[in-house]
Design a protein around this ligand. Structure first.
Ligand code: AKG
Ligand code: FE2
Length: 324
């Protein structure tokens, strides 16, 4: 019997099943029409995406135009970083005031995840609330921490080159690393959760499966088979609120295994911190009244960051807390 730290052990009802369901895969959507047509011609593609969002809240895109070389480069750099020494990685550790950099003790729903991550922001600097307290209006600038001697972690472009494209967004990219685990039946790489942002674009490991999506129809956990070079897109909580629940964010989790390490790279699309997230005006009326009160994105995330950073006695903040 292997011994692992009890902080990692999931409650019995949340542990992975001995057999995962692999029969049906989430929809794969071909984006090549984007290259050849515009406007009305794209109605078919938009409808296909709409159906996938309603039925699954998860889909994969192919023929997306992202060069496979770019993906290979970030994967190689990611593997090299996670395989460097703990000392090296801890030099760029996250701390209580800066959520960016390396850390290996994330908790999802207050159970420790079997993984290591490296987070970096997309816009430099990202302006963010200094604390989770509602009355505290102080803002701080969050900056990236880059490991030394890792030229792969920079683009070699002027640092403000991309700023104009993303006005004040707080989007971030995470490198997830799931080491082999001696007790994969007791633990999860990431506990069941929904992504809090607008949407997530995920490059999952081409070889090692692990992501499971909760099928809306019957609540079964479905393993998403890797489709090399595809990106998985999933609806986040903000789309659920903006769309007043036409599109729902979907619960997912990551199982680990005893033999192989696994990598994944999500891009979390987040708005500016001062955004008040609420159902879009055009989508609500007397028959379909707003299902959510407005909440402040920056304060929501700052509260969540705190809960992910250390095990707390209270439940993590969720959009359900703003449900009318
Ligand atoms: O590793 C994966 O495939 C998914 C990770 C995930 O859900 C997350 O980081 O939010
Ligand atoms: Fe996620």
């Amino acid at each position: 019997m292997v011994e692992i730290d009890s902080a990692f052990i999931q409650a019995v009802e949340h542990r992975p099943k001995p057999h995962t369901i692999e029969a049906e895969n989430i929809p794969i959507i071909d984006l090549s029409p984007l290259k050849f047509s515009s406007g009305d011609d794209l109605a078919g593609l938009a409808a296909e995406i709409g159906r996938a969002c309603e039925k699954w809240g998860f889909f994969q895109v192919i023929n997306h135009g992202v060069p496979s070389k770019s993906r290979e480069k970030i994967e190689l750099a990611s593997r090299k970083f996670f395989n460097s020494t703990k000392d090296e990685k801890r030099k760029v550790s996250r701390n209580e005031s800066n959520p960016f950099g390396y850390y290996d003790t994330e908790h999802t729903k207050n159970v420790r995840d079997w993984k290591e991550v490296f987070d970096f922001t997309v816009q430099v600097p990202t302006v963010f609330p200094a604390s989770h307290e509602a009355h505290d209006t102080d803002l701080i600038e969050l900056i990236n921490q880059w490991p030394h001697d890792f030229p792969e972690f920079s683009l070699g472009l002027p640092k403000d080159r991309l700023n104009g494209f993303f006005k004040n967004q707080t989007s971030r990219i995470r490198l997830n690393y799931y080491p082999p685990c001696p007790a994969p039946h007791l633990t999860l790489g990431v506990g069941r959760h929904k992504d809090t942002g607008v949407l997530t674009i995920l490059a999952q490991d081409n070889d090692v499966a692990g992501l499971e999506v909760k099928r809306k129809a019957d609540g079964e956990w479905i393993l998403v088979k890797p489709s090399p070079n595809a990106y998985i897109i999933n609806v986040g909580d903000i789309i659920q609120v903006w769309s007043n629940e036409k599109y729902e964010s979907v619960e997912h989790r990551v199982i680990v295994n005893s033999e192989k390490e696994r990598l994944s790279i999500p891009y979390f699309l987040y708005p500016a911190h001062y955004t008040w997230v609420e159902p879009l005006e055009e989508l609500i009326n007397e028959q379909n009244p707003a299902k959510y009160k407005a909440y402040n994105w920056g304060k929501f995330r700052a509260t969540r960051n705190r809960g992910n950073f250390k095990k707390l006695d209270v439940e993590n903040i969720q959009i359900s807390h703003f449900r009318i």
